[in-house]
Design a protein around this ligand. Structure first.
Ligand SMILES: [Zn+2]
Ligand SMILES: [Zn+2]
Length: 409
């Protein structure tokens, strides 16, 4: 037996008065002896010492961990029954644990006395428990984005298990076929959602929203109670979202089902929201997409169809003047100034085409950079938007209806 290893072993026996389990013993030799696993390392040390030393350490009375590793199978039983009682479907998980400070200290002290840096007892415990559950469930530990995080509190005699159910993400595009529906739930401005006479005790300003129309069937299929809607920007209540639709991510909170039939789900949504909202290309997504679709970078664009009312008639030739609308200086519109910072932004009109529908009515197709306010581009918003449609025609213009035809990136 290697002298260095032998001396280290003897020192451990001296410090622990010979009371140490294979896990705690093996953990201190992770850089000296091959595994796999600390338990096997500990066993190897013990076997070697059998031949050379009379003072064999006692295995079943560990002064470091109190033989916590022998309780892992029981702990796995507790976790299993907890998950069964919650009726959870999942494909990956991660184990975490809370140990008493005394236990962690004892283990650290032993390493300090030996002047070594090895894995912590907590890390080994999480891994060993994870391995047991992996083989029972045929499911994998996932460090990056587990479906479940299983927290085991071992501070008390009776261990406590807490399950964190991580959200499930779906994404797709939606078309809003009618006006008058907000994108997200809009709490009543009087009672802030509690329910009052003003909101007819619904707690909401509008009875329906794109969010609710899409999420209701999803919540039902995923056995979830709550979700959060993330849109790639939003259209005003009185604006339709047509064409190829607007990208969105739906974050489903604490789902108890994850294996969803997305074709059926999309059909369910489109049936129950028929004539109001339509979902396209519904698919599985992930957390980072939530921020990605929300950042409307200067590279994004939108195509709008606007019907414009004119105070006076204009000539067909005057339509050519629309080409003067290119770089737009836009001060925060009056209608949103109560909730948005007052500043002047520069936005580009990438393309604009006009068609006279009737003497005082115009159809405009506008391709604009993300963040361009269209209603204000038309009216001028008391000269806060420069240049604008009213200005170049010399005739007051007002947006009657607005549809979004495409949200592009
Ligand atoms: Zn131990
Ligand atoms: Zn109310």
């Amino acid at each position: 037996m290697d002298v260095k290893i032998k001396n280290k072993s003897l020192k451990i026996i001296e410090i622990t008065e010979g009371k140490i389990c294979n896990h705690c013993l093996g953990r201190k030799f992770s850089q000296d002896i091959e595994g796999p696993g600390n338990e096997l390392r500990g066993q190897k040390i013990r076997n070697l010492m059998d031949l050379t030393d009379k003072h064999l350490p006692v295995e079943d009375n560990c002064s470091i961990c109190g033989c916590i590793f022998q309780t892992l199978n029981l702990l796995a039983d507790t976790i299993e029954s907890k998950i069964e009682s919650l009726d959870l479907e999942f494909f990956s998980f991660l184990v975490g644990s809370i140990l008493t400070p005394e236990l962690i200290q004892k283990d650290d002290e032993l390493s300090e006395k030996l002047d070594i840096e090895v894995e912590s007892i907590k890390k080994e415990l999480n891994r060993e428990l994870g391995k047991i559950l992996e083989s029972r469930w045929k499911k994998e530990v996932d460090f990056d984005s587990p479906n479940l995080v299983i927290m085991v509190d071992l501070k008390q005699k009776a261990p406590k298990v807490r399950i964190q159910i991580n959200p499930l993400f779906l994404e797709g595009r939606y078309r809003k076929l009618v006006r008058g529906i907000p994108q997200t739930k809009w709490p009543c401005r009087k009672c802030r959602g509690k329910g009052c006479e003003y909101c007819n005790f619904t707690g909401k300003m509008y009875s329906e929203s794109v969010e609710e129309l899409i999420s209701a069937p999803v919540l039902e299929m995923s056995h979830s109670r709550d979700s959060k809607f993330h849109g790639a920007g939003r259209e005003d209540i009185d604006v339709k979202m047509l064409g190829t639709g607007r990208p969105f991510v739906l974050e489903i909170k604490e789902p108890r089902r994850r294996n969803l039939d997305l074709d059926t789900l999309q059909k369910d949504i489109n049936k129950s929201a028929e004539g109001k909202v339509e979902v396209l290309d519904l698919k599985y997504s992930f957390r980072s997409r939530k921020a990605e679709i929300k950042t409307s970078s200067p590279d994004t664009y939108k195509i709008y169809q606007a019907f414009v009312e004119l105070e006076d008639e204009i000539s067909t030739e005057q339509l050519n003047d629309l080409q003067n609308l290119q770089i737009i200086q836009q001060r925060t519109p009056i209608r949103v100034s109560h909730r948005r910072a007052d500043k002047i932004r520069t936005r580009e009109v990438m393309n604009i085409k006009g068609k006279i529908i009737s003497p005082k009515c115009l159809e405009l197709i506008i391709k604009g950079q993300g963040g361009l306010y269209i209603k204000e581009l038309i009216s001028g918003d008391e000269e806060r938007t420069q240049p604008n449609v009213s200005q170049i025609f010399g005739v007051a213009a007002r947006c009657l209806t607005l549809n979004v035809l495409e949200v592009g990136s």
